[in-house]
Design a protein around this ligand. Structure first.
Ligand SMILES: CC(C)(COP(=O)(O)OP(=O)(O)OC[C@H]1O[C@@H](n2cnc3c(N)ncnc32)[C@H](O)[C@@H]1OP(=O)(O)O)[C@@H](O)C(=O)NCCC(=O)NCCS
Length: 198
């Protein structure tokens, strides 16, 4: 797929080196939701994990916030990973001029028989920093973190027309393993299931 698409030239004018990529802190919480709410409708169709933004607050959303915030406390996350792995997030943020311009997370799904974990992953980069290599930095940091936390398998869903994300995931060793459909604001989209073993 990557060979058939025309790449934008890399946006080298963006000061990528001044961006800080680190694990999410509790104090980032509001900024992440604000960033999500500012995305275009197309981006939200591509990336709608269901727990971001203030648009759609419901009981499940509240529960996810608790899981996300608890996961920001590293010693607690270690304990949860042992006792209640399916509520654990590994969330990263990218910060530029005190503003969150990227968010990427792994969400543990369950423990595997060999005692590792399987999980899902997603990433979003603000429009101003696209094409700069930021998603690559986030992916590399996230995959390193996944390895440290004994994640052995990552599966994700990506819309069939999300060429940039498909190309990104292929670059990091994800393979297409199936097709599915996704639903966003009443519209049905064709989607791919991609998987990577670590
Ligand atoms: C997908 C997304 C995260 C890429 O972010 P980015 O910072 O622009 O990506 P990078 O500059 O780090 O590029 C990383 C890789 O992504 C792919 N990519 C990025 N822009 C692309 C483009 N315009 N066309 C094709 N592939 C592209 C390439 O594989 C690229 O690797 P390369 O530069 O070595 O060729 C960003 O476009 C985004 O946030 N999209 C909306 C949210 C989304 O779709 N998230 C995924 C949900 S499943």
């Amino acid at each position: 797929m990557k060979d058939n698409i025309s790449r934008r030239p890399r946006n080298s004018s963006f000061p990528l080196r001044t961006i800080i990529v680190r694990e999410m802190r509790i104090t980032d919480w509001h900024s992440i939701h604000k960033m999500y709410d500012s995305l275009s409708e197309e981006d939200k169709a591509f990336f709608h994990p269901g727990f971001l933004g203030y648009d759609n607050i419901n009981f499940a959303w509240l529960i996810f916030q608790v899981h996300l915030l608890l996961s920001c406390i590293r010693p607690l996350r270690k304990i949860l990973l042992k006792m209640l792995p399916r509520i654990v997030f590994l969330p990263l943020v990218a910060i530029y001029q005190n503003r969150i311009i990227g968010f990427a997370y792994i969400k543990v799904k369950r423990r595997m028989p060999d005692r590792g974990f399987c999980a899902t992953l997603s990433v979003i980069v603000d429009n101003i920093a696209r094409g700069t290599g930021l998603a690559s930095i986030l992916m590399e940091s996230l995959l390193r973190l996944a390895h440290q936390e004994n994640i052995r398998e990552i599966s994700l869903m990506v819309l069939l027309n999300n060429i940039r994300a498909i190309s990104l995931y292929k670059k990091y060793g994800f393979n297409v393993v199936g097709k599915t459909i996704d639903c966003y604001r009443g519209k049905i989209y064709q989607a791919l299931i991609m998987r990577k073993y670590l």
